[in-house]
Design a protein around this ligand. Structure first.
Ligand code: ZN
Length: 265
């Protein structure tokens, strides 16, 4: 194999790693944002519970005042009823007293209902506080784990990037430009091995003449796949695979070769 093609394959391996690392790194901001979102929801839930409790306490105060006010009125009418001179005035006051007592009873009912609600709101606030604490603990741990992973991947990325520079510099400019142009169109893969006399990535058959030249040591020509434009290179099949081609199917070597092929694919 030509040395520049060998370097190109090494470069492609580094580029594939870079693509993989970048794809993983791109996911982190979203994952971190999701943690923040969960926390914000927990906080919002607690705030809503507290608001309900406050509103319920406010209502309770108001109903307590209603009870007191109507009791006061009833008391006042009762006192007045001892001093009135006419039957009519007495009757009117009795009517007012009845009305005030009805209002007292209704206000007391409302107050009681509010007190029962208030207990529930109180429990809600406590459970929301507990949930938020749990959420904060989990979010802290998740964030720490993600940030550690992110930093490790970032380091790996920087190391690979540093590795890429000298590799790329050792490849002839024109070949590198072709590779990069093709790679940009094919998800970062600009070179393809020839397997079974065909481009391993698009499957196009390589014409025999080109195949011979690709196999020949010391050939300096560069060939691109006619369909996908990838720079073609030939690799000798591993010995097991070569042997398997001519060996009976029951040979243990065949199994190994088949397994290796499956893993490669
Ligand atoms: Zn191809």
């Amino acid at each position: 194999m030509q040395p520049e093609i060998k370097r190109l394959i090494e470069l492609q391996a580094v580029d594939s790693e870079l693509t993989r690392l970048r794809a993983r790194l791109i996911a982190f901001p979203q994952q971190l944002a999701e943690i923040d979102k969960r926390l914000a929801e927990g906080k919002q839930h607690l705030a809503a519970s507290k608001e309900s409790l406050t509103a319920s306490l406010k209502d309770r105060k108001k109903y307590e005042m209603d009870v007191d006010a109507w009791k006061e009125k009833a008391k006042k009418y009762r006192e007045q009823s001892f001093t009135v001179k006419t039957n009519e005035a007495y009757k009117a006051l009795q009517h007012e007293i009845e009305h005030a007592e009805k209002e007292v009873a209704q206000a007391e009912d409302r107050l009681l209902a509010r007190m029962v609600d208030g207990e529930q709101f109180d429990r809600d606030v406590k459970s929301s506080e507990h949930d938020l604490k749990e959420l904060e603990r989990a979010a802290g741990a998740d964030r720490q784990k993600l940030q550690a992973e992110q930093a490790a991947l970032q380091n790996e990325l920087e190391a690979k990037q540093a590795q890429r520079g000298p590799l790329a510099a050792a490849i002839p400019e024109a070949l590198l430009a072709t590779y990069e142009r093709v790679a940009a169109r094919h998800h970062g893969i600009g070179a393809a091995a020839v397997l079974n006399q065909a481009c391993s990535l698009c499957g196009l058959r390589v014409v025999p003449h080109v195949f011979q030249l690709l196999r020949r040591d010391g050939s300096s020509e560069i060939f691109q796949c006619e369909t996908c434009s990838r720079i073609l290179y030939y690799v000798e099949p591993p010995p097991a695979e070569a042997a398997a081609a001519g060996a009976p199917a029951t040979s243990p070597d065949t199994t190994t070769a088949a397994d290796a092929t499956t893993q490669d694919g």
